[in-house]
Design a protein. Sequence first.
Length: 233
Amino acid sequence: MESMLILGTARQQSSRMPTKMTHPFADKSLYEIYLQKLEIIKSITGLPTAIAINKHDSIIWSLTKNTTLEIIERNDKSVAQGISKRSEELHFLADRDESNIVWINGCFPLLNPTTVMEIIEFFQNSSEIKSLHCIKEVNNWFWDNDHNPVNNRDPSCVSTQGCPPLYESVHLLHIFNRVMLLEQDRYWPLERNDPYLYLVGNKIEHTDVDTETDFLIAEWLYQQETQDDIRKN
C-alpha cells in the first residue's frame, strides 16, 4: 500500500472574508473546528497528519501549537492573496516522502470526520483508483454559455425529476499524487479513475464557507447539528 499524508492548510487572511478562519463561529472558530477534525482523523487512522501554516499568521500558529498535529511551515509567498500555482502553495511537499496526499479543506465545518475516513478507506482498498475528487448530485436544468440546454433537451419534459442529474464538484477534500502535483501543477490527468469521482450524499456536508453570507448560514447549521447531537446523547 502506498504511503499517505493527511494534510490541512490554512492562512489567516482570506480574499472574500478577511478573517474567515479566526472569526468567532458558534462557540469556536472555523480554524479550531478544522484542527479538531484533523485530530480525530489522525487518532483513528494512525496516518501522518500535518497542518501547513505560516509563522507570521500568529493567531492560527498559536492555536495549532496546542494540538498533536505536525506543523509544517509555509513560506510567505504560499499564503499571499490571489491565484498562484498549486506547486508554489504546497511547496513544502517537496520535503515529504509520502506518495499520496489527502488534502482536507478547512472551509467545510459540517464535514464529518467519519466521511473522511470512509473516503480514505475506499481509496486504500482500490488498486484501480489513482486519485479522488468529491462530487454531489444536482437535480435541475442547466444551460451552457450560449444558453443551450445541457441536460434537458426535451421541451416536453417539464419536471426536473424527469431529466438526468448532473454532478458538481464539492471541494471538501482531494486525494492526489504528490509528485504529479509538484512536477505538473495538477492533481490528476482527467482520465478514468484519475480522479475517481466520489459521491458525497449528505447534503449538509456540502456547506462551503467562502463569503460572509456562507459564514452565517454555516454557523446556523452547525449550531443546529450540535444541538441535535446533545439531544441524542
